[in-house]
Design a protein around this ligand. Structure first.
Ligand SMILES: Nc1nc2c([nH]c(=O)n2[C@@H]2O[C@H](COP(=O)(O)OP(=O)(O)OP(=O)(O)O)[C@@H](O)[C@H]2O)c(=O)[nH]1
Length: 132
């Protein structure tokens, strides 16, 4: 049987007008617990990427995405699985992002993020943000 394909994971980089971006902490007991990531999650079967991004950010942060554009689709391999991290920059939303799942939330300018505190795949996203 063919091995399972990569997990398609949506990630949203919420960017405020002052340039700060939102990072969220992975909860205890989960893969990469204690590291920081961009909020999001797995795409559901037959869901288009933008709809998955909107759904995940509604579920995790309680916001309604209004404007977003694709930044990069990053293929990544962890020991146990592979993912395609489909990353969008979110420039406008309704509501105030809150920790609906009890996760830590922090706003930082990309230059102030410490790469080692991010999920490994997200370190590549950070490089793209810094290059842009
Ligand atoms: N949402 C999100 N997931 C990421 C990022 N970077 C990264 O490596 N991942 C990995 O992508 C996988 C899928 O994320 P997820 O949020 O749906 O999954 P999860 O572990 O919370 O599990 P669950 O929602 O099934 O309980 C996780 O293993 C997570 O570690 C990121 O920036 N955002």
């Amino acid at each position: 049987m063919a091995p399972p394909g990569p997990l398609h994971v949506m990630a949203g980089v919420l960017r405020r007008p002052d340039g700060a971006v939102l990072v969220t902490e992975r909860p205890p007991g989960k893969h990469l617990a204690g590291l920081w990531e961009f909020p999001g999650g797995k795409l559901e079967p037959d869901e288009i990427p933008f709809a998955g991004l909107v759904r995940e950010l509604r579920e995790e942060l309680g916001i309604e995405v209004r404007e977003a554009y694709p930044l990069l689709v990053l293929p990544w391999r962890y020991e146990a699985f592979q993912l395609l991290l489909d990353t969008w920059v979110v420039t406008a939303w309704d509501g105030t992002p809150g920790p609906l799942e009890g996760q830590g939330l922090q706003w930082h300018r990309p230059e102030a993020l410490t790469p080692a505190q991010l999920a490994p795949a997200d370190q590549a996203i950070l490089r793209t943000l810094l290059a842009g």
